[in-house]
Ligand binder design. Structure first.
Ligand code: C2E
Ligand code: SIN
Ligand code: SIN
Ligand code: FE
Ligand code: FE
Length: 632
């Protein structure tokens, strides 16, 4: 080991100092910051580096041996003096945003940092000056941009959100708040796991994990969420991982409220079930002269489809004018089976006598004592439906619920439809002649349900609102012109009302797509007639009506779908309907294009005669266009 003597060590120290001074000098010369050295005592500028000279445009000579405020750059003399005085007091000063003037008169923003330190016993002030003009402009632009995006996001009618990986909600816009009823503050204190319904947690956790890992193939996903009011809302979410710099820190996305559409879909399904029910009942009535069996079938559907606790049917004995027990479901005691109600007496008697629905919303608030035969059942609401056919009362259908009930229009429509069938079933048997069965009565029961159903279908697709009603009316008129009989016209009407039904099976993303379909999407879209077939074929009363939903995209030259039928292989009703459907489709705005002018529509129909359309149908349609449509 080598020990240095004092002499040697002094030499080394000198050398080190020299080295460090040199190094410092190089730094000073090369620095990409402006540097200015002041003499702390005199306030004179001692040195200035090339970068500052370039930044401010003054020459070395214009700086050196001057006081700060004698250089034009530090135009605010008072401030410069004050800064200098402040530096006498403290070791360090920093101005984040100091305006300086360059020699050629430009104003620039600088960050100004001063340090006081001792060099060989002499107090020196070093000022570092950094030009932040551009930086400031970028920040300003960013803030502007941010505000623009903020406004954009908040004006959006879709919900916009950012969520941490943990599920904590970081950002939501107004639409999101409005949709679910939470305030922004509510949201920010919530995690999405608080607003997903219990039963979906597992499923959603998997989906979100996939998105976080960047592995999700689904572009939009439907979620159920609980709103502030506790009700379930359905949202369709387009989400993507949220990046913070380079790491995924959560999700961001756009949420669209699809609750109304979900309800419409649920309503469509319900209507389908109800229609199927009517058909089943009808089959039972037709096949059986056993009244009890027919009426029991009806009660089963009353209980299930209308969702009530109990129901019975009383049959009018036309000799005694007494309503006698027929069938029952859901009562707690057998007392109901001894029921005998005189016309005009009690709720059932009143319904039969007045031929009007008797509705009691709250039985406990009624002054009259309940009928003895259900006094032991704690019912809350009551509905008595008179069963009439051909103007004659056949009995009463009674419906009971042990809690409050708020039925909608569809519910009543179906209640009446079931009532009509019960009346027919009773009449059937009492006449011992199934041929007496009134076709028109049955038809009425169906028609109301099918109309309700097609209204529900239209709801899914706001753009085609009114389309179904219009094409139905025009098609029936045109079919009449082609000599179809009354019974056939009923089927044409139902077929037209339901022509859209197969679109229930087409995803929204395709149905509402604002532009042309891809090949793949066309494959899905072309399936809608087949979907319709599958849905309607089991319903006996719609077998003929099926022609339109199934065959309305066949073309005269055989190039249509789904079967590629040609000319009069295509059912006439479908050939007629196709012209009307395309005429109305082209005359209307669609999500994928705006309406065509009338002339262009007429031209298209004419030129498609013999290729897409039956030429005879086109001839008649064009000839009577005004009568049929109100348009020339
Ligand atoms: P839709 O909109 O009710 O149209 C019914 C039929 O009208 C079409 O049957 C077609 O024959 C005729 N049609 C409607 N718009 C036009 C048009 O702009 N040009 C011509 N030449 N004909 C038109 P198609 O083609 O079998 O389509 C069946 C359904 O598929 C359409 O019912 C619509 O829901 C959907 N669709 C058709 N094209 C597109 C599209 O480009 N984008 C989207 N999103 N959906 C489409
Ligand atoms: C429609 O009625 O909206 C379209 C007809 C169809 O293609 O089903
Ligand atoms: C469309 O663009 O709507 C379909 C065109 C066609 O009928 O082939
Ligand atoms: Fe169609
Ligand atoms: Fe249509």
């Amino acid at each position: 080991m080598l020990l240095m003597n004092t002499q040697q060590s002094r030499v080394v120290t000198m050398q080190t100092l020299k080295n460090s001074e040199l190094r410092y000098r190089r730094l000073f010369e090369a620095a990409q910051d402006g540097i200015l050295i002041l003499n702390a005592e005199s306030g004179m500028i001692e040195d200035v580096n090339p970068f500052l000279i370039k930044m401010l445009g003054y020459s070395y000579e214009e700086f050196v041996e001057k006081k700060l405020w004698e250089v034009g750059a530090f135009r605010d003399i008072d401030a410069s003096q004050a800064a200098f005085e402040a530096l006498q007091e403290s070791q360090y000063i920093r101005y984040e945003n100091l305006p300086l003037k360059t020699k050629d008169g430009r104003l620039i923003q600088v960050e100004f940092v001063s340090n006081v330190y001792l060099v060989g016993g002499e107090k020196v002030i070093q000022c570092n000056i950094r030009d932040i003009t551009e930086h400031k402009q970028i920040i300003f632009a960013l803030q502007e941009n941010e505000k623009k995006y903020y406004d954009l996001v908040n004006q959006s009618s879709d919900g916009v959100f950012i969520i941490e990986s943990s599920g904590k909600i970081l950002t939501v816009n107004n639409a999101m708040c409005k949709e679910l009823g939470f305030s922004e503050a509510d949201f920010l204190s919530l995690s999405i796991w608080d607003i997903f319904p219990e039963q979906y947690l597992e499923q959603y956790r998997k989906k979100l994990t996939k998105i976080l890992e960047g592995n999700s193939l689904e572009t939009t996903i439907e979620y159920a969420v609980r709103g502030k009011d506790g009700k379930t809302h359905y949202v369709e979410v387009l989400s993507a991982p949220h990046y913070n710099g380079k790491d995924i820190t959560g999700f961001q996305g756009i949420a669209r409220d699809i609750t109304a559409r979900k309800r419409a879909e649920a309503r469509s399904k319900q209507q389908l079930e109800r229609l199927t029910a009517l058909s089943t009942i009808d089959r039972v009535i037709a096949a059986n002269f056993d009244l009890e069996l027919s009426l029991s079938e009806i009660l089963t559907h009353v209980i299930i489809e209308l969702g009530v606790d109990a129901a019975d049917i009383l049959i009018l004995n036309s000799n005694s004018q007494i309503l006698e027990f027929g069938v029952e479901r859901g009562f707690r005691t057998k007392a109901i089976q001894r029921a005998q109600v005189r016309m005009g007496e009690g709720y059932a008697g009143r319904a039969a006598w007045e031929r009007q629905l008797v509705r009691i919303k709250n039985l406990s608030a009624e002054p009259n004592k309940p009928e003895i035969y259900w006094a032991d059942d704690d019912f809350v609401c009551y509905y008595g439906v008179p069963l009439t056919t051909k103007g004659q009362v056949k009995g009463v259908l009674e419906v009971f619920q042990r809690s409050m009930l708020e039925p909608d229009v569809d519910w009543f429509d179906f209640l009446y439809a079931l009532g009509r069938q019960a009346a027919i079933a009773i009449e059937n048997v009492t006449l011992f002649d199934s041929l007496q069965r009134s076709n028109s009565e049955i038809t009425l029961a169906y028609d109301a349900t099918i109309e309700g159903w097609s209204r529900a279908l239209d709801l899914r697709d706001k753009e085609t609102e009114g389309h179904t009603q219009r094409v139905t009316q025009i098609t029936v008129k045109l079919a009449h012109g082609f000599g179809l009989r009354q019974e056939e016209l009923v089927q044409v009407r139902w077929g037209s009302l339901l022509h859209d039904i197969g679109k229930m099976g087409i995803p929204d993303g395709i149905l509402h797509k604002p532009g042309p379909l891809t090949d793949e999407e066309w494959v899905a879209m072309r399936q809608h007639p087949t979907f319709a077939y599958e849905m309607l074929a089991p319903i006996r009363y719609l077998r003929l009506a099926l022609e339109i939903p199934y065959c309305h995209h066949e073309k005269w030259d055989g190039s249509g779908y789904p079967q590629g039928l040609k000319a009069d292989q295509i059912p006439l009703a479908a050939r007629i309907f196709a012209v009307v459907d395309v005429w109305d489709a082209l005359s209307s705005d669609r999500p994928y294009r705006a309406a065509w002018p009338e002339g262009k529509v007429r031209e298209h129909i004419r030129t498609s005669s013999g290729t897409h359309f039956d030429p005879q149908v086109v001839d008649v349609f064009m000839q009577y266009l005004y009568l049929l449509t109100g348009h020339w």
